[in-house]
Design a protein around this ligand. Structure first.
Ligand code: FAD
Length: 159
């Protein structure tokens, strides 16, 4: 098994797309991530996995807070901005949830305080204790096999 085969295999797990955001001394930093999962209901915990080279890693270590913004189908450009895939710099407006920076128009915004961190291989897992949540009735952006996708409603079966 080589690295490419492992990446290809893991990319066959269809996911949504999030932007993780944090703030240090008034500077907001975001990063596109799909390694996100709900962990526990009581207490309410989520996890994100951040690569060791990502600039946001030390920022979350400093701030001890982050938000997870589940992107909507019409927010593909935001995913590309926060994955560093656009050449030109674009200004992005943030709103606030529980005082933490969130992306308006996302399907779900989750505000978290870091409750634990675990270094595993070349990634750090941050466990977030959820302090607030905001939902909007929108369709999600999806990611599968290296491409952005959208939900297609199945046709009802006529018998
Ligand atoms: P940078 O590369 O500096 O930031 C990313 C980009 O965001 C830059 O272009 C920067 O200008 C822009 N940006 C940051 N803050 C702002 C702001 N306030 N206003 C405007 N623009 C801003 N990596 C992981 O570690 N874990 C994952 O789960 C993960 N999942 C991914 C899923 C997808 C679908 C994709 C496309 C990428 C994923 N990545 C993941 C890779 C990750 O998004 C990139 O490696 C990213 O560039 C790393 O960000 P950084 O923190 O190093 O910061």
């Amino acid at each position: 098994m080589d690295d490419r085969q492992f990446r290809t295999a893991m990319g066959r797990f269809a996911t949504g797309v999030t932007v993780i955001a944090t703030e240090v001394e008034g500077d907001i930093h975001g990063m596109t991530a799909n390694a996100f999962m709900s962990v526990s209901l009581d207490p309410k915990l989520v996890v994100v996995s951040i690569g060791e080279k990502a600039k946001i890693l030390n920022k979350i270590k400093d701030s001890r807070i982050f938000t997870v913004n589940i992107l909507a189908a019409d927010q593909k450009e935001l995913s590309m901005i926060f994955a560093g895939q656009l050449k030109e710099h674009k200004e992005v407006e943030f709103a606030r949830l529980d005082g933490k920076p969130v992306l308006p128009g996302s399907v779900v915004q989750v505000a978290c305080e870091v409750s634990a961190e675990h270094v595993e291989g070349d990634h750090t897992l941050f466990i977030g204790r959820v302090t607030d949540i905001h939902l909007e009735d929108k369709e999600p952006l999806l990611f599968y096999s290296g491409k952005y996708r959208s939900l297609v409603e199945e046709q009802p079966v006529m018998l």
